[in-house]
Design a protein around this ligand. Structure first.
Ligand SMILES: Cc1ncc(COP(=O)(O)O)c(C=O)c1O
Length: 384
C-alpha cells in the first residue's frame, strides 16, 4: 500500500456514507438486538455480542489498514490479547520477547498457565538464536516490536520465516507503531493485536483493543472466540476509535518529529546514561526498523544517571504528565518499574533489563520547545 493510499484509507476506509440519511460519520447503533424477519434465516446482525453495525465498521477499517482478512474489536488491549491466547486452547508453549508489556506477561504467567499454556523468553531480535528455542510444543511467537519499554526491534519477516518452519504462528503487538508506520501481516505475521487505547484512539478517552488475522481459517476461529468470551467493544467506543483513526497519520507524524528531536537532545547529555529510541542511527534496532517500518514512533526510554533523583525528576515535570498509558496527543512520562511493569516480579524485571532508573516518555503533539524546557527543568531540579 502506498503512503497516499494509506492516508486516504485512514479517512475514507471502511465507511463511505450511511444509506438512509447520507451521514458521513458511522452512526452509533446502540441496539443490542435486531428483528429477525424469518426463523432460521441468518441475518448479518442478530445480537451485539456477536456483531454490531458500528463495531463492524471499525473491524473492517482495522482489517483494511493492517492489510488483513478480518478485524475484531474488544473492550481493551488485554481483552484482545486474551482472545488471541484462547486460540491455543489445546495447550503448548508461546515464545515471548526479552521485554514486553507487563500486563501481557502477567496474563501468560498468572492466568494462561492454568490452561496449560506455558511461556518462555527468547531473544526475538536475533532470528538465528531464536531458531534454537523452538520445541515440538512451541505454538506461537509473540512479538512486540518495538517492545515496551526498551524499544527493542525484531525482524518480523525473519521471525515469521523461522516460526513458520516450525509450524508456529506469529502474533505481533503493533501498538507502538500502528499500521500507519508498520504492517506486520504483509511482512509475514499471522495475527496483529493492538492496545487501541494508544495511538489508534489517540486522545486518552477510549479503552479498546483490536486484533486482525491474516486468513479465513483464523478469522473463523477468532470470531468464535470473540462471540464466546464476549469482551467486545461498545458501540460508542467503536465510534470514538473510528474518529481517532482518521487523524492517526497527522498525529503520528507530529509526535514522531517531537520524539526524534527529544531523543537527540537527551543523547549524550549530562544526567542520561542511555537512550533507547530506534529512530536514532546509533540504536541497535535502527537498521531493522528502517527495513520494515516507515517511522520510529513517539515512544522513547532513557536511563536517568545516579546523579539525579528519579522521584524529583518526575515531580518536577509540569507539562509532561506522570501517568499510565501512551500514544495520545498529551505527552506522558512513565516509571516502568512502578507503573506499566509493576506487575512483573522484580527478578524478572532485572532479567528483562528494566531498571529502577528507567524513564519512558510518550511524546505528544505539544510545542517542542515547551517539552524540552520541561525536561531541562526536571534535570536541574532533580540533580543531587
Ligand atoms: C504494548 C501493549 N500491549 C497491550 C497493552 C494493553 O492494552 P490495554 O491497556 O488497552 O488493555 C498495552 C498497555 O499499555 C501495551 O503497552
Amino acid at each position: 500500500m502506498t503512503k497516499d493510499e494509506l492516508e486516504t484509507l485512514l479517512v475514507r476506509g471502511a465507511f463511505n456514507a450511511e444509506e438512509v440519511c447520507g451521514a458521513l460519520v458511522a452512526p452509533i447503533f446502540q441496539a443490542v438486538t435486531f428483528r429477525q424477519p424469518e426463523i432460521g434465516v441468518e441475518i448479518p446482525f442478530d445480537y451485539s455480542r456477536a456483531a454490531n453495525p458500528t463495531r463492524s465498521v471499525l473491524e473492517r477499517q482495522i482489517a483494511l489498514l493492517e492489510e488483513g482478512c478480518a478485524g475484531f474489536a474488544f473492550a481493551s488491549g488485554m481483552a484482545a490479547i486474551t482472545a488471541v491466547f484462547f486460540l491455543f486452547d489445546g495447550g503448548g508453549e508461546i515464545l515471548i520477547p526479552l521485554d514486553l508489556y507487563g500486563g501481557t506477561y502477567r496474563l501468560l504467567d498468572v492466568y494462561f498457565k492454568k490452561f496449560g499454556i506455558s511461556w518462555r523468553i527468547a531473544d526475538t531480535t536475533d532470528a538465528a538464536s531464536l531458531e534454537r528455542e523452538f520445541s515440538s510444543d512451541t505454538r506461537a511467537v509473540l512479538l512486540e516490536t518495538p517492545t515496551n519499554p526498551l524499544l527493542r526491534v525484531s525482524d518480523i519477516a525473519e521471525v515469521s520465516r523461522v516460526a513458520h518452519r516450525h509450524g508456529a504462528l506469529v502474533i505481533a503487538d503493533n501498538t507502538f507503531l500502528s499500521p500507519y508506520f508498520q504492517r506486520p501481516l504483509p511482512l509475514g505475521a499471522d495475527i496483529v493485536v493492538h492496545s487501541a487505547t494508544k495511538y489508534l484512539g489517540g486522545h486518552n478517552d477510549v479503552l479498546a483493543g483490536l486484533a486482525v488475522v491474516k486468513d479465513e481459517e483464523l478469522a473463523e476461529r477468532f470470531l468464535e472466540v470473540q462471540k464466546a468470551t464476549g469482551g467486545v467493544l461498545a458501540p460508542f467506543d467503536s465510534y470514538l476509535l473510528l474518529r481517532g483513526i482518521k487523524t492517526l497519520g497527522l498525529r503520528m507524524e507530529r509526535e514522531t518529529e517531537n520524539a526524534t528531536a527529544i531523543a537527540r537532545w537527551l543523547s549524550g547529555r549530562e544526567g542520561v546514561d542511555r537512550v533507547y529510541y530506534p529512530g536514532l542511527e546509533s540504536d541497535q534496532g535502527h537498521a531493522v526498523l528502517k527495513k520494515q517500518a516507515t517511522g520510529a514512533g513517539a515512544l522513547l526510554s532513557f536511563e536517568l544517571s545516579e546523579a539525579h533523583s528519579v522521584k524529583e525528576f518526575f515531580g518536577a515535570l509540569e507539562i509532561i504528565t506522570p501517568a499510565e498509558s501512551l500514544g495520545a496527543v498529551e505527552s506522558l512520562v512513565c516509571h516502568p518499574a512502578t507503573m506499566s511493569h509493576a506487575s512483573v516480579p522484580p527478578e524478572m524485571r532485572v532479567r528483562m533489563g528494566i531498571s529502577d532508573r528507567l524513564v519512558r516518555l510518550s511524546v505528544g503533539i505539544e510545542g517542542l520547545n515547551s517539552l524540552i524546557a520541561d525536561l531541562d527543568k526536571a534535570f536541574s531540579v532533580s540533580a543531587l
